[in-house]
Design a protein around this ligand. Sequence first.
Ligand code: AMP
Ligand code: GLY
Length: 426
Amino acid sequence: MNILLVGSGGREHAILQKLRENPEVETVYVLPGNGGMAGEGTCVDIAAKDVPSIVDFAKTHPVDFAVVAPDDPLVLGAVDALNAVGIPCFGPTQKAAMIEGSKVFAKQLMKKYGIPTARYEVFTDLKAALQYVETCPIPTVVKADGLALGKGVIIAQTRQEARDALRSMMEDKVFGQAGSQVVIEEFLTGPEVSVLSFTDGETLVPMVSSMDHKRALDGDRGLNTGGMGTVAPNPYYTPEIAQTCMDTIFLPTIRAMKAEGRPFRGCLYFGLMLTADGPKVIEYNCRFGDPETQVVLPLLESDLLTIMKATAEGKLAESEVKWRDGNACCVVLASRGYPTKYEKGFSLTLPKTKENEYIYVAGAAMEDGVLKTNGGRVVGAAVVADTLESAIAGAYDLAGRIHFDNAYCRSDIGQRALAAGKGGNR
Ligand code: AMP
Ligand code: GLY
């Protein structure tokens, strides 16, 4: 069984390692992958966004199944294009990927079907948007409609920040077409929870909940990043809250997508905020989260490929999805300066992993047989242990055995979860 996996980061490395646990898996072609995956996958120099080349490759190689991990190719219709040449795929169609591809679409879907989310207004006209922010409550949240590399959300603490955000999105077009429509929404507060799920459009199976740490610096300070670390499960996500989410958010969302003629098959990611008024949707993603995947998949006991195939075939209800007990923590090692300015090209040495340790390389290239850093987020160190405390300690121990110049990580990944788990910090 040969698999084609689209993507290149730590998330894709975690998917690759999990797929490899199935003994039937022979070659995994990773497009484009990264230097840290060599040995486990066959990296092919085709960009994740280059859908025509991905399809050409799939047609000319023995590919039995494809997994499309990143948002861009999904929103560009990679799954439709691969299906059209007869290759079964894990991932939503272009029409279903719209749930992430357009924030306006997602907000209107939630409004139409009564799914709890922040109140909002949509603007296509800068003047009208500027007028609105003169009177709306502050802080307020300004979001570009389309994909913006995770940077299209501005939490405006003042009216001036809101005006600046609108001008840069709608006038200066810093996110291109993604900013020609904006959503201005109510600022919500509460703990955040990420819930990834497998869904075939009828059945939805939530994965273990997780907590991301998006800010660059300790204490949730500094700029927003792609994610500096994660823990799973998320202690704020109690069984009662999980049931409420299933009844008021998860199932209503997949039913809504089906009713709209956009049945969702793949991994649907719910970014939730647990507000005083109950759980609300902050965002949907049409894919696995990064670095959530790096703590969720190590806790998956069942075979990932079997679940992915069942999802693609609409047979998820027949599939067993079992989770290990215990906790996972992933610490991301980045190059100092990330997410703004950072250097690349440092030699990267990776230690041998022990049981329950996982190294997920996000940004590295093989140059003349030497692994060198080539991204802002370089590598994730993930550990599964019986308790959250030991998972955190283990992840930092593993991170400490990974070496490259100018390595930087947050020192408090999991601390908030730890405090919450002990009854504090709500
Ligand atoms: P997103 O790119 O949609 O994940 O948003 C990035 C981050 O902005 C989220 O993880 C939240 O921390 C924050 N955020 C987004 N929308 C809101 C909101 N309505 N209220 C408060 N914070 C928000
Ligand atoms: N970790 C957040 C995301 O993948 O969008």
